[in-house]
Design a protein around this ligand. Structure first.
Ligand code: FAD
Length: 375
């Protein structure tokens, strides 16, 4: 059996590792358009519950991903320079480059082969494999080739994002909201190595347009964001790594999840949203479901792919509904700017409906007392 994985992101790599472990006799080949060691972006967060969900599939690999990264259950929410620290989900942080390097090392150790700097373009390249897995991200070429089967619904968020790094160490993951005369600006920041934090800037359309950001190059945008968030950055610079403005693409495949021996996973199949901080886990969980479904079908590929869809689709759609609620909260900041820090913090924590109110209340008695006094 020969398997082609298009895309060497977290989903494709984890799939390769799990498949080779389950079937060491199967050849798994990953085609990745980027050169080895190249990656966009900075740090990513993985909640403890994400790692717990992934761990049973490959405990050694998942422990390795979490090995040298800081875990915290503290988070900070800021509004115009005032901050509130709360106890929330426990979070590990790592660099996207480190995460990919670790997964590549494990994949190589399992015998997965790689072709870097090779972009899959032509549908003819999908012939001759027993199974093709499109793990090629949000702009998936495999999804495009079989668009009539996968039937993707694609929309774009209204807010604009740019992904920076900084040397200011946000030891607790932070959401920083600034009310400006022209609208609301947000940053999502968290430390992920000894000397770096992630700093994702999110601008509502009015702030983006009135600041003329669409006409600025990467360096000028960086300078302007640095100035806008100077109070939180405390004199530290922002750094770029392909930090171009984008509106997140929201992908949902409404058709079948497979065509004969071809399927999709991760962002290629369904995105969540940067604000939910769960896309990496989501893609890696898809990989685990796919391998389990293939095994349960006795490695009959079309049957296994149907089993993958049957077992995964419901959870995936529920997760996407949480993402839509999260997007709505951030986008709603334009028309209903936050009134006060305490209320905004609670609304933020509860925005997806996935955090239990009573549990949050128990862990944050002081903040909740302050909130109830405001009512
Ligand atoms: C600003 C921002 C912040 C984020 N923060 C977090 C976070 O904190 N936590 C979290 O869990 N997630 C986060 N995410 C989401 C996460 O990055 C993605 O959801 C996750 O990487 C999806 O994994 P994937 O393997 O499906 O796709 P990707 O990681 O996109 O990997 C796809 C791979 O396929 C390759 N590829 C694409 N097309 C081709 C082709 N035609 N031929 C060959 N190769 C191809 C690409 O180069 C890429 O390496 C964030 C995303 C953004 C944009």
């Amino acid at each position: 059996m020969k398997v082609l994985v298009v895309g060497g992101g977290p989903g494709g790599l984890f799939f390769g590792i799990l498949l080779r472990r389950a079937r060491p006799d199967v050849a798994v080949h990953v085609v990745e358009q980027n050169p080895e060691g190249a990656s966009y972006g900075w740090g990513i967060g993985l909640t403890d519950s994400a790692l717990d969900a992934l761990r049973p599939s490959a405990p050694d690999v998942v422990d390795d991903l979490a090995a040298d990264i800081d875990v915290t259950d503290q988070m900070e929410v800021g509004l115009d320079g005032e901050t509130l620290r709360v106890t929330a989900s426990a979070f590990s942080r790592t660099g996207r480059i480190q995460l990919l390097a670790t997964l590549q090392r494990w994949a190589r150790a399992e015998g997965v082969t790689f072709a870097f700097a090779q972009r899959l373009e032509d549908s003819a390249e999908l012939a001759g494999w027993d199974l093709v897995v499109g793990a090629d991200g949000v702009n998936s070429r495999v999804r495009d080739i079989y668009a009539d089967v996968f039937k993707p619904e694609i929309s774009f968020g209204n807010n604009w994002f740019a992904w920076y790094g900084t040397s200011r160490l946000f030891t607790a993951p932070s959401i920083i909201v600034l009310r400006r005369p022209e609208g609301v600006a947000v940053s999502h920041a968290s430390q992920y190595t000894a000397d770096r934090s992630n700093f994702v800037v999110e601008l509502t359309p009015r702030v983006f347009r009135s600041g003329g950001f669409e006409h600025l190059d990467e360096e000028e945008s960086r300078r302007r964001c640095e100035a806008m968030f100077a109070g939180s950055l405390e004199g530290h610079p922002l750094y770029t790594n392909k930090s171009l403005w984008f509106q997140p693409k929201f992908v949902r495949c409404t058709g079948s999840w497979s065509h004969e021996n071809v399927t999709l996973l991760g962002d290629a199949l369904h995105t969540v949203h940067p604000s939910l901080g769960s896309g990496t886990r989501f893609a890696m969980r898809d990989a685990a479901y796919l391998v389990e479904a293939l095994a349960a079908a006795g490695w009959d590929v079309p049957r296994g792919l149907r089993g993958y869809e049957e077992s995964r689709r419901g959870t995936a759609e529920a997760f996407q509904r949480a993402a839509v609620r999260s997007i709505g909260w951030y986008e709603g900041l334009q028309s209903r700017p936050p009134r006060d820090l305490t209320t905004m913090t609670l609304e933020y924590i509860m925005r997806t409906g996935r955090v239990r109110y009573e549990e949050f209340r128990r862990n944050n008695p002081e903040m909740m007392r302050a909130y109830e006094e405001l009512r």
